[in-house]
Ligand binder design. Structure first.
Ligand SMILES: [Cu+2]
Length: 158
């Protein structure tokens, strides 16, 4: 009888841990959209995603409040000696780690915007995670840092 009770308690504890990890989702830090000329064919979206849970997580889709042809998950990588943007099925964010979406690396691409937002505008974004949860937040439109030193650094490491 005693054994059964402790087993039952153990199950309840495990369930509550799993529930809080799922509810935690990802922490979205400093989301921003790179400002672009009014005729820009696409806009890059960047942020840091932190996963404080015990489970690996991934962003599998994204949506925007803007009218666009489509939203894609991208990663800029070396391909045949040149840096190329490659569409990805998911952006992984491993357990207890962070994935940085930044120019020259992982990013979200708003393709075919109806109207390019102005500097300082806020764009509402929704991330769809691999466990089915969704997270919405606002990203601010600002200048991208075009620092060649930083870009060189990124290329060496990726
Ligand atoms: Cu891209």
């Amino acid at each position: 009888m005693k054994l059964n009770i402790s087993r039952a308690l153990g199950t309840v504890l495990l369930l509550s841990c799993a529930a809080s990890a799922a509810a935690g989702g990802l922490k979205v830090i400093d989301p921003w959209v790179r400002s672009a000329p009014p005729n820009a064919p696409a806009l890059g979206v960047f942020m840091t995603l932190e996963n404080h849970s015990a489970a690996d997580r991934a962003v599998v889709a994204a949506r925007s409040s803007m009218t666009v042809d489509r939203v894609e998950l991208h990663r800029t990588m070396m391909a045949g000696g040149v840096m190329k943007m490659m569409p990805q099925n998911a952006i992984p964010v491993a357990s207890r780690s962070a994935t940085v979406l930044k120019p020259g690396s992982w990013h979200i691409m708003l393709i075919g915007p109806d109207k390019v937002p102005a500097m300082g505008d806020k764009v509402r974004l929704t991330l769809v995670l691999d466990d089915g949860t969704e997270q919405s937040f606002e990203a601010i439109v600002r200048h991208g840092e075009m620092n060649m030193k930083t870009q060189d650094h990124q290329m060496k490491h990726e």
